[in-house]
Design a protein around this ligand. Structure first.
Ligand SMILES: [Zn+2]
Ligand SMILES: [Zn+2]
Length: 149
C-alpha cells in the first residue's frame, strides 16, 4: 500500500491514456445486400422450406456453413453440401479452424470427421483446403489470410 500511495497521479494518468474501444461498423459489411422482398429460405440438400420466420433466419445461417462429405465418385473424393437442421449429418462432426484467427473452414462429416483431430485432417480434405488457399504445416491449419502473409 505504501508504494501505491507514493505515485497516485501517474497511475491515474495511465488509466486515462487507455485508448477508446474500437467502434464496430456492421452497416457496410461486404456482401450485404438490402432487398425489398425475398423468397422463403430453402435447403438445397433436402428441399425443405422454412416454415416460420425463426426457421428462415436459422436456415439462412445454416446455408453459410459448408460441409464436406467423403465422395468416392468425385475426382478429389470430396462432396460439398449445405445442410439445414433437418438434414445435417447426425454422426460425429469435425471442424476446421485457423490456428491464428477465428476464421472457420468447412465442417467435416462421416469418415472425414472420424479421421480428423486437432491440427489433422484427412488427405482429401487437406487437398480441398489447399486448393482454396489454406495451408497445413506442422499440425497448424492456417486460413488464406495468414498463408498469404
Ligand atoms: Zn436440409
Ligand atoms: Zn486465419
Amino acid at each position: 500500500m505504501a508504494d501505491a500511495n507514493q505515485e497516485p497521479k501517474s497511475a491515474q494518468l495511465q488509466l486515462w491514456d487507455e485508448p477508446a474501444a474500437p467502434v464496430v461498423q456492421l452497416a457496410d459489411a461486404e456482401g450485404y445486400e438490402r432487398r425489398q422482398s425475398r423468397a422463403v429460405a430453402q435447403c438445397p440438400s433436402c428441399r425443405r422450406k422454412a416454415a416460420s420466420v425463426a426457421e428462415d433466419a436459422r436456415m439462412r445461417a445454416d446455408m453459410r456453413v459448408l460441409w464436406l462429405h467423403p465422395d468416392p465418385a468425385a475426382p478429389d473424393g470430396v462432396r460439398e453440401a449445405f445442410h439445414c437442421q433437418h438434414c445435417q449429418p447426425r454422426g460425429p462432426v469435425g471442424d476446421t479452424e485457423c490456428a491464428r484467427c477465428p476464421e472457420e473452414g468447412p465442417l467435416l462429416a462421416e469418415e472425414f470427421a472420424a479421421d480428423s483431430a486437432a491440427g489433422k485432417v484427412p488427405a482429401a480434405v487437406a487437398e480441398w483446403l489447399a486448393g482454396r488457399g489454406w495451408h497445413l504445416a506442422n499440425g497448424a491449419l492456417l486460413c488464406p489470410n495468414h498463408h498469404q502473409g
